[in-house]
Design a protein around this ligand. Structure first.
Ligand SMILES: *[C@@H]1O[C@H](CO)[C@@H](O)[C@H](O)[C@H]1NC(C)=O
Length: 251
């Protein structure tokens, strides 16, 4: 388990049951959170984080490198196949970000793998930016006279469920952090989730037996713990309204 101080670095999403209105969500850059892609999701469930640098003869780009790397697949390259890549992300547990790019002079892609496609779809459990484009290729993967590997048209796609999660019915987002993760007054316990799932946390709060002193669960605090930049656990902490009321402003 990560230490508390490590946990404190993760951003907090705190919601309060009150009006059912939705409110602006935190910027994705400030959310340390995570979600499986939803089955059947499409490109509309993702937001393009950055564009590629083009496919002209001399254009060069770089693939994302980051600790939350999961795996990659090769997708058909008859078109620049964003949908196929995002469908792959949907199927891979923990995937919230896809980096799609062409890789040239890779013998495996050109001649060995059955797909016969140079269009790679790299999947990650965290959102990256263009600043994380650091893998420019440069490997001799095909014997000379073939050149070194190089990258073109590297685009990044973030799952909206993480970058812009919907507010669960009956809840309103409150900007945190208000409390540390596990020691809030009115704390009713927690459940581990297998993903960053705001709705699952809301359901856990809705179904929680009332606290004898504090009353029913009215707040939840969902957060992800990162160790070395890699998402590890997802915690849904439950807090009852009556005690919270004395300690924080209710909108
Ligand atoms: C698709 O990838 C294969 C294998 O790398 C390559 O030979 C071919 O030129 C690519 N086709 C297009 C349209 O990019």
């Amino acid at each position: 388990m990560p230490s508390f101080s490590q946990l404190f670095y993760v951003a907090i999403l705190l919601a309060v049951a009150i009006t059912g209105q939705s409110s602006p969500v935190l910027s994705p850059r400030h959310l340390a959170n995570e979600l499986y892609g939803l089955a059947g999701a499409s490109a509309s469930d993702y937001t393009q984080e950055f564009d590629g640098t083009g496919t002209a003869f001399t254009d060069r780009d770089a693939a994302i490198e980051g600790p939350a790397y999961l795996t990659y697949s090769v997708v058909p390259n008859s078109t620049y196949n964003v949908d196929a890549c995002l469908a792959t992300c949907d199927r891979v547990p923990g995937c919230v970000f896809a980096n799609l790019f062409y890789e040239f002079n890779n013998n495996l892609l050109d001649n060995v793998f059955s797909e016969k496609s140079n269009l790679k779809c790299a999947l990650f459990a965290d959102i990256y930016t263009a600043a994380d484009k650091t893998n420019r290729g440069g490997q001799q993967l095909t014997p000379p006279p073939a050149g070194l590997t190089y990258i073109q048209q590297s685009t990044g796609w973030a799952a909206n469920a993480l970058a812009d999660p919907d507010t669960p019915d009956g809840y309103e987002l409150v900007f945190g952090p208000v409390y540390g993760a596990n020691n809030a007054p009115g704390y009713m316990g927690y459940v581990f989730l297998d993903k960053y799932d705001v709705n699952a946390c809301a359901t856990a709060c809705n179904n929680r037996d009332p606290d004898p002193q504090g009353g029913p669960c009215q707040y939840f605090n969902i957060w992800r713990a990162l160790v070395g930049g890699v998402p590890t656990t997802y915690t849904c902490s439950l807090v009852c309204l009556r005690i919270m009321n004395g300690h924080t402003r209710i909108h």
